[in-house]
Design a protein. Sequence first.
Length: 264
Amino acid sequence: MSAYLHGYIPEEQQRLMDQAGVLGSLIYPRVDFSGCKKLLEVGSGVGAQTEVLLRLFPELEITCVDYSQSQLDRARQNLAFAGDRVKFVCQDARILQLEENYDSVFICWALEHIPEASQVLVAIKPYLLPETKLWFTEVFNASFYFHPPLPGLTKYYKNYNDLQVSLGGNPDIGANLGNLLNSAGYNQIELFRGGFHLDQRNPGDLHKITQYWKELMKSAATGLIEAALISAEDVSAMENDLDAIAQDEDAVFFYHFVQASATV
Ligand SMILES: C[S@@+](CC[C@H](N)C(=O)[O-])C[C@H]1O[C@@H](n2cnc3c(N)ncnc32)[C@H](O)[C@@H]1O
């Protein structure tokens, strides 16, 4: 198993659950699995998105695939309410050996971490039924803009993205979803942008998302410090800058992720 930007400590596992709550209203309005019965979720982590999907689509049975057994163990606890509607498979998503076929696929914040992510799109194909509905949600970190310009956050964000690249991931993979799906032979590919464009019109949302961003950034702090890319002081500087943005009368906080839908 290769190194993973966010790590697997319990605090990070809880952050994924909190993240699904904070960003849910941005991710799910378009996602449509109506009429689907069996969904394959790749890179399902601790089941944070699985929980939302199970509640939104009561007809769905979901197979969660992750290559971390500790994520799947936590997912099993988080999804206990769903009983046998959920199954867990511990595999590398690039070399899948599955026992069933699926009419729907959901992948969120996972391809960004997987070296040669195109292999995942090829690996799932043999298990997809005709007219399978696929939904992807992935980062496009180059879209991040904030005002005022602050050096602590700028430095931290650059190193955060550099670390992800050095681990074989792609912090801008959202922008490539169209090409990746096209090359893998998928059809009816549509791309959508989601995210936030916050300022002092709504200080409550600005505060909420800058606090969320702090936790997202901090999830890589151990790896960044171990890689000698930043110091503990740089973590504090990043946090202070995010607090300063939330207070600034001319604050702007802008970020777009990319969603894609496709069929086989
Ligand atoms: C940021 S988490 C996202 C989890 C979940 N999709 C969510 O939105 O809460 C990414 C997950 O992808 C998993 N992952 C990374 N590389 C993988 C691979 N090659 N095969 C399967 N899972 C992988 C990690 O273990 C981690 O649980």
